[in-house]
Write a protein of this length. Structure first.
Length: 435
């Protein structure tokens, strides 16, 4: 990790810069794949699966037999852990249910909102370098609570049974989590082609109305492109990231563990350490080196750490200001005054307070959602929640008295905007009223 000691604000843009691919080439590639999927449907999807995932597929859909096979493979202990996590995620998102109320804005004028679920949603579950079955729970659980009629899931067919005892191409834990969370249909499709299939629909994959889920920069670009004219998306969620704030009392081993937990996601992930202590900076660096040696995904984490920074600042205020400028996906505050700093957080996807609240807790089982805005988008987006799967439809009812109360204001405003038909729609009602 590159170290900055007491950097001036002029250096902050450099510090908070994320790693980037050549976006011109990336967007061109994504556009080409999307257009091909839109034009040729299943045939194009299968060709890209062979090209990118090295999977030769006869059928794109996961069968009932494959679902049953997954249940056989997943250990009872892991299944119970998935059930525990699903319970907590369910409890937390149930608390977010919208309760509308009718509001009288004027005598005779009543307005209200009704929450209506999106009928068909698409979930993208990464499965390339790590099978993120936890993301199935994070996305499908609130969709089920919201009342979405059809929950479509796409994930790359990259699973290989360690002992060759299974012919499954999707990781069994993903399939078990999908069954527990109530997914309707599952397809063995990854990457840009999966986003295109859900956005446009193919012979096998139904067109959805909104796409959810994280992914690499290609997946994020694909989601952004299809959102321009075909389908809604949850947010721009790309390579994972974490920012850790640590003071002189922080546990260096805990901090290093949190940093590495994100670094192992992928080579384009990024971690940021901000501390007020030179001594702690050195201790954390030592812990990173020691813990890194024990990681099976060491090479991935090393690449991510090359994109990452450690920053020594002069005060807690500067620490939180730099974090807000970075707008991290995950923010871990491991300081004595974490409650005070938490009040100052304005840009973050999900925040973890105190030395025991590791980011992994939110990734799996505390109950909060781990599908969060990355790449600085936490300045404008929030993470997935129950509202993400719903639309708020507004209603209004006017009586004759309501027309008397607001009718003249409507006429005057419509006239001032030179929209005479708008004015007339109210005028004919005013004129119909009894004297």
């Amino acid at each position: 990790m590159k170290i900055y000691r007491y950097p001036s604000k002029a250096l902050w843009p450099e510090i908070i810069q994320r790693p980037r691919l050549d976006l011109t080439r990336l967007n061109a590639t994504v556009s080409q794949v999307l257009a091909d999927v839109k034009s040729r449907g299943d045939a194009a999807v299968k060709e890209y699966e062979l090209k990118f995932d090295k999977a030769c597929l006869e059928s794109l859909a996961v069968t009932q037999a494959e679902m049953d096979e997954a249940e056989r493979i997943v250990s009872p202990e892991l299944r119970e852990a998935i059930i525990l996590a699903h319970h907590n995620i369910n409890v937390f998102h149930l608390s977010q249910r919208f309760v509308g109320q009718k509001v009288k804005t004027q005598e005779g004028v009543v307005c209200w909102q009704k929450s209506v679920p999106i009928e068909r949603v698409g979930l993208y579950i990464p499965g390339g370098t790590a099978p993120l079955f936890s993301t199935v729970l994070m996305l499908a659980t609130p969709a089920k609570i919201a009342g979405c009629k059809e929950i479509v899931l796409c994930t790359p067919p990259t699973y290989h049974s360690p002992d060759q005892s299974s012919k499954l191409s999707v990781h069994p834990a993903i399939l078990v989590a999908a069954r527990i969370a109530g997914v309707s249909k599952i397809f063995k499709i990854g990457g840009v082609q999966a986003i295109g299939a859900m956005a446009y629909g193919t012979e096998s994959v139904p067109k959805v109305f909104k796409i959810f889920g994280p992914g690499n920069q290609y997946v994020m670009a694909a989601k952004q492109q299809v959102s321009l004219d075909e389908v809604a998306i949850d947010m721009p969620a790309g390579p994972s990231e974490v920012c850790v704030l640590a003071d002189e009392k922080a546990n260096a081993a805990f901090v290093a563990a949190d940093l590495l937990s994100q670094a192992e996601h992928g080579i384009d992930s990024q971690v940021l350490l901000i501390t007020t202590s030179e001594t702690k900076l050195q201790e954390i660096q030592q812990q990173l080196e020691e813990q890194l040696e024990a990681l099976p995904r060491k090479e991935i984490a090393i690449k991510a750490l090359e994109n990452s920074r450690s920053v020594l600042v002069g005060s807690a205020d500067e620490m939180i200001s730099l974090s807000n400028a970075y707008a991290p996906e995950h923010l871990v505050i491991q300081t004595e005054n974490y409650e005070q700093l938490a009040e100052c957080v304005v840009n973050a996807g999900s925040v973890f307070l105190g030395k025991y609240a590791c980011e992994s807790a939110g990734d799996y089982a505390s109950g909060t959602n781990h599908t969060l805005p990355t790449h600085g988008y936490a300045t404008a987006y929030n993470g997935v929640n129950l509202d993400s799967y719903c639309r708020k439809i507004t209603f209004q009812h006017l009586t004759a008295e309501g027309v008397r109360q607001i009718g003249r204001a409507v006429e005057l405003m419509a006239e001032a905007e030179q929209l005479d038909a708008h004015k007339n729609a109210m005028s004919v009602r005013i004129n119909s009223l009894p004297e």
